[in-house]
Write a protein that binds this ligand. Structure first.
Ligand SMILES: *[C@@H]1O[C@H](CO)[C@@H](O)[C@H](O)[C@H]1NC(C)=O
Ligand SMILES: *[C@@H]1O[C@H](CO)[C@@H](O)[C@H](O)[C@H]1NC(C)=O
Ligand SMILES: *[C@@H]1O[C@H](CO)[C@@H](O)[C@H](O)[C@H]1NC(C)=O
Length: 329
């Protein structure tokens, strides 16, 4: 009896070990990643955050109390898992705008995808909500723990829905002693705008009350941001380039960020002139199925010691899955 169990276990181990090399062969051994588009670059690292099938999706009821909202716990156990916490932190801080606005963990959650033909089971939602009670807004923000991303290609498969008076954004940020010293590249969707207009900016767009018109471009994108689209920002030396569904929609070298930065996603409103004021009881949501970050410049592959196997995330069919595109000596 014991002998035959041992025998069986040995047979299973043999099968498993014969399968393992095949499974490994499916994912290429990538030394660096080459992006496509108008300013292709080689990057050393990659992260993929897949929100399409997360357990226990639930839309948290709003917390109609300022302090309760600011101090809320995370809305899903996923946000306490290392998959998330190794890279991101959900923000909770108060922005004393025209309307009191607090960033709350309660407004960052995993929701069931109830689309007619859903492309996923769940997605991440960043919500901003104007509480009818307590006269305040609560908002959502996730921020990278590392402030040291330098050059990247970041993508999100997302849509933005909901009431006017919100900003939904994907951006890089590096603070400075003065407004003039800030380095920040923004993709901003204003829910009061036509649904195909996006603002792309290399901040600062205003310094000491003087606007810098070249910092910002208002672009009509190929289709509405209320539908699922891949929004992509490429930060390469000297240039910011933004893409929608693989199509370049804006490139701006004026004030392109230069130094290492933090990555952020948010949905917010503070009643000010940029976001506008949201009506009480209304909300807006930026919903995200996945986020991909290809980051940190590496050596040119001519220095093949650094990167023999070049992979791409733009040539494959599955988001987040690399394809080997060339192999050096
Ligand atoms: C963490 O990521 C791994 C690999 O993608 C996945 O198998 C696992 O289910 C994830 N865990 C959670 C809690 O999402
Ligand atoms: C990017 O590369 C720099 C230089 O090697 C490093 O200091 C930094 O930590 C890297 N950033 C991340 C997010 O790993
Ligand atoms: C701003 O843009 C205008 C028009 O494209 C250009 O003529 C000007 O040189 C730019 N200014 C700077 C500081 O880049």
């Amino acid at each position: 009896m014991i002998a035959s169990q041992t025998h069986l276990r040995a047979a299973v181990l043999t099968i498993l070990s014969s399968l393992a090399p095949q499974a490994a062969a499916a994912t290429p051994n990538c030394h660096c990643y080459l992006t496509d588009g108008s300013s292709p670059e080689y990057f050393a690292n990659h992260k993929f955050f897949d929100f399409r099938n997360i357990a226990n999706p639930q839309v948290p009821p709003p917390i109609d109390d300022r302090d309760g909202s600011t101090n809320a716990p995370v809305a899903n156990a996923y946000f306490d898992s290392t998959n998330f916490t190794d890279t991101w932190s959900i923000q909770s801080w108060v922005d004393a705008g025209a309307v009191y606005n607090t960033y709350s963990k309660n407004d960052v959650y995993i929701e069931s995808n109830t689309d007619a033909n859903p492309a996923s089971s769940t997605y991440l939602t960043l919500r901003t909500y104007r509480h009818p009670a307590g006269d305040f807004q609560s908002s959502a923000e996730i921020q990278s723990i590392s402030p040291n991303y330098q050059y990247l290609s970041m993508r999100m498969y997302s849509r933005t829905l909901g009431a006017a008076g919100a900003v939904a954004a994907m951006f890089t940020y590096r603070g400075g002693a003065t407004d003039a010293d800030v380095q920040e590249a923004d993709l901003e969707i204003l829910t009061s705008d036509p649904s195909n207009l996006v603002h792309y900016t290399n901040q600062p767009s205003t310094v000491d009350g003087i606007t810098r018109p070249n910092a910002t471009h208002e672009i009509t994108i190929p289709g509405p941001w209320t539908s699922w689209r891949t929004h992509r920002y490429d930060w390469t030396p000297g240039t910011s380039s933004w893409y929608v569904d693989g199509e370049l929609v804006n490139a701006n070298s004026f004030q392109a960020p230069a130094d290492p930065a933090t990555i952020l996603f948010n949905a917010w409103s503070d009643g000010g002139s940029w976001s506008g004021a949201m009506a009480e009881g209304q909300s807006a949501q930026m919903q995200i199925q996945w986020i991909e970050i290809i980051y940190n410049n590496t050596a040119e592959p001519s220095q093949y010691g650094h990167c023999a196997n070049v992979c791409s995330f733009d040539s494959g069919t599955e988001p987040g899955v690399p394809l080997l595109v060339s192999s050096g000596p």
